[in-house]
Write a protein that binds this ligand. Sequence first.
Ligand SMILES: [Zn+2]
Length: 472
Amino acid sequence: MFLGDGMGVSTVTAARILKGQLHHSPGEETRLEMDKFPYVALSKTYNTNAQVPDSAGTATAYLCGVKANEGTVGVSAATQRTQCNTTQGNEVTSILRWAKDAGKSVGIVTTTRVNHATPSAAYAHSADRDWYSDNEMPPEALSQGCKDIAYQLMHNIKDIEASGVIMGGGRKYMFPKNRTDVEYDMDEKARGTRLDGLNLIDIWKSFKPRHKHSHYIWNRTELLALDPHMVDYLLGLFEPGDMQYELNRNNVTDPSLSEMVKTAIKILNKNPKGFFLLVEGGRIDHGHHEGKAKQALHEAVEMDRAIEQAGTMTSVEDTLTVVTADHSHVFTFGGYTPRGNSIFGLAPMVSDTDKKPFTAILYGNGPGYKVVGGERENVSMVDYAHNNYQAQSAVPLRHETHGGEDVAVFAKGPMAHLLHGVHEQNYIPHVMAYAACIGANRDHCASASSSGSPSPRPLPLLLALLPLGILF
Ligand SMILES: [Zn+2]
């Protein structure tokens, strides 16, 4: 499963044009890897208590199969955000857990912290997505026995049978408070955060069987030096917090998303029972929140490269691949730009109202709102093609917001046809589980001998006979 955080349809289209333009084409006619998937659906993203959702409630939907309140992960809507004492008894399990329980290998690869909202719904049950470590939790929640998300990452899925992969950022949440970071030794913000003094890397290692090969790595060089055939368990934490934007990436210390995916699949697909892998392009969302469309779109293009990478290593005969987003953003592009116009370029005319030029890309709200001398800023005076240029917005906000419209779901492989039409977001993991014959609903699955591939019962015949029965 590939999850583009904040990758709404307008982002997909703009990323497609960018991908083409990076290859010196006009761009519009380019095909993203996800464009090549034969089935497409729309996903309704609202949370149980929010029309415009967040990444935590939505992650619970597309990983655990139930909608939830915003800000909560791996719990039903009976759990109220920040209320630790509403957690117990309301935990819900994820497709990752269902896969693990079926003996499959499982993996999480993300460009955010591995304990961030999206990945955390795969393994944690938390009334608040912000409880990255115990340092971020209120004393009340700690005294009521709730555990932070990094702790749950290491403890909740520790007994993976064959192989497992965790890659992304979030190193600081694994180490005791004030422990110096291995990469940024002068940076106080990169230091360990844990009040309980635990070293979660050591704990992760201690849970792995002695006869298996487990590796903890923290930089790209180590990742590329690994022999995946000799690795059963991999924990890669490449930054203290989120990973760098792809455009800012350090090619020595930070792997790209597609490099992480390549290694992850090599490790996971050794398991004859198969695997579940969650890949998150997690910083598309961050680029948009900052109003930095160029950062967001390069993140989306890199996720598409990761999808291509996975496509070369798997077969549609036995692998269901689903690409979707958790929610959209108030990101748009327009202005009657001609074919091949730089996606970061200007519309071909000036405004007929304030007589100033405008970029094709705009945000409905966000930090790019700029008034100069009582008027909208003249963008021809600024470098609007800069990596960190903040596109103009209609309403000033420090952080641009999510959008509320449906997002696309692209699917290929077994049972991919179940993903067409308009669906509630929480339908998605049930399709993946149905295709893989894992989880609670396995009535359609053949006996264990037929290698786990689904074989539907003759239900249509039964239904056809019923009206006859009524007639007679
Ligand atoms: Zn967001």
